[in-house]
Design a binder for this molecule. Structure first.
Ligand code: NDP
Ligand code: MG
Length: 397
């Protein structure tokens, strides 16, 4: 298998669009811009419902365009902006607004830090508008990886992974263009329930699951990390980004989250990318690769960490990982159904309506009941998601 090709030119970091600016990756992206990319101009920012955070960011970064959930939120935003600035700002709303931001004319790079299914249409819109995409929204690749990679190739734009594992693999591949990958070793922290017995996991609350040991992330990915669905999503993400076969991906639990992932080449040599768990590093790399920009971020001190451990994931205790592998093997629209049901189930678990273990159970049931279709266009994804939504409604969860 050929290594993921990366051209040796810097992407245009001068003009960027940031989708999902108010979230965990969004605010860290702006911290990277603030500290490391003084010449970057943020052309468009999007939030959804968090008006106070978005107001702060708009006042600081002064974009030309901003997108929020709906007209009511847009009115709230207008009222809270600095008066003389608010008038020159174009405020757009909803799904169409997100697409308009993704295709904003001056930007060279779109950072997609949206969570969940909302990310796919803007990813495709950005590619179609000829933008490079720095992609945190893994759900885009999970549901429509083949379409995204195909359209990006056709348009000559790059998909630059922000997910730390995929950034690590990308970094390990630098200088190895043309060398074959034997195996990708995807590391996983194991989440907050790694050491819990199954009986205790059955009773886990949202509060328990939100306590991730190593990373501070948005609520959806934090629950995905606890179920190991996050690693399942990342497994599918890696299949698409690096064009490897399923048997070329090994997942290992590495609770310290210091090695972010590894690549084994056909000579047996293994490259690893290491660092403290700090998402600003993969974000910065996505915006400047293959160049490295000097930062004042905290440094890894190996003498403090001393022990790095690795073990096999327990797919019996965490069935979501096996479910994701199965959905990937089925292919077509199966990953889209899995992803949509997972998103709804996570929402219901967070609001206390279902148990932790119900998440895997309902996804399994959905995949059993669903008749998979080939994935030819984005509409096939929307249709699969509609089916998934109806199933979740029928379950009255
Ligand atoms: P957050 O929940 O923190 O942020 C999500 C962002 O998307 C917010 O700006 C939110 O707006 C906005 N948003 C939510 N729903 C919608 C919607 N329906 N339409 C438009 N915008 C919406 O998520 P994270 O930053 O944690 O994650 C973002 C993506 O990055 C996910 O795909 C995740 O898997 C991936 N990722 C995250 C990592 C992390 O460390 N956080 C690490 C690796 C990958 P508002 O807040 O205004 O409502
Ligand atoms: Mg990750």
């Amino acid at each position: 298998m050929r290594a993921f090709g990366v051209r040796n030119s810097t992407p245009g970091v001068k003009d960027i669009v940031l989708l999902g600016a108010t979230g965990s990756i969004g605010t860290q992206t702006l911290d990277v811009v603030r500290r490391c990319l003084p010449n970057a101009k943020v052309r468009a920012l999007t939030g959804y419902g968090n008006v106070s955070k978005l107001t702060e960011l708009v006042n600081e970064f002064k974009p030309d365009m901003v997108c929020v959930k709906d007209e009511k939120t847009a009115d709230d935003l207008k009222k809270s902006l600095v008066p003389d600035f608010g008038t020159s700002l174009r405020i757009v709303t909803g799904d169409e607004g997100l697409i308009a931001c993704a295709a904003e004319e001056h930007s060279a790079v779109v950072v997609n830090a949206l969570v969940g299914r909302a990310g796919l249409a803007p990813t495709l819109a950005a590619i179609r508008a000829g933008k490079h995409v720095a992609l945190a929204n893994k759900e885009s690749l999970v549901t429509a990886g083949a379409l995204i990679m195909g359209e990006a190739r056709e348009k000559g734009v790059r998909i630059m992974p922000i997910d730390s594992e995929h950034s690590a693999i990308w970094q390990c591949l630098q200088g190895n263009e043309g060398n074959e990958i034997e195996k990708i070793i995807l590391t996983a922290s194991g989440g907050p329930f790694r050491t819990w017995p199954s009986a205790k996991i059955n009773k886990a609350t949202a509060e328990d699951a939100l306590k991730h040991p190593n990373w501070h992330m948005g609520p959806k990915i934090t629950i995905d990390s606890a179920t190991l669905m996050n690693k399942g999503l990342e497994y599918i993400e890696a299949l698409h980004l690096f064009n490897v076969k399923p048997e070329q991906i090994e997942i290992v639990i590495h609770p310290q989250s210091i090695i972010h992932s590894m690549v084994q080449f056909t000579d047996g040599s293994v490259m690893a990318q290491m660092g403290l768990p700090d998402m600003r590093l993969p974000i910065l790399y996505a915006l400047t690769a293959p160049h490295r920009v000097k930062t004042d971020f905290p440094r890894l001190d190996l003498l403090k960490h001393k022990t790095l451990t690795f073990r096999k994931p327990n797919e019996k205790k965490f069935p979501c990982l096996a479910i994701a592998k199965e959905a990937a093997a089925i292919g077509g629209t199966a990953p889209a159904v899995m992803n949509a049901v997972n998103e709804w189930a996570v929402g219901r678990f967070l609001s206390g309506r279902i148990r932790f273990t119900d998440i895997a159970a309902i996804i399994s049931r959905a995949l059993k009941e669903y008749t998979v279709k080939p994935l030819k266009c984005a509409e096939d994804v929307w249709e699969a998601e509609k089916w998934a939504g109806e199933l979740v409604e029928a379950c009255q969860l």
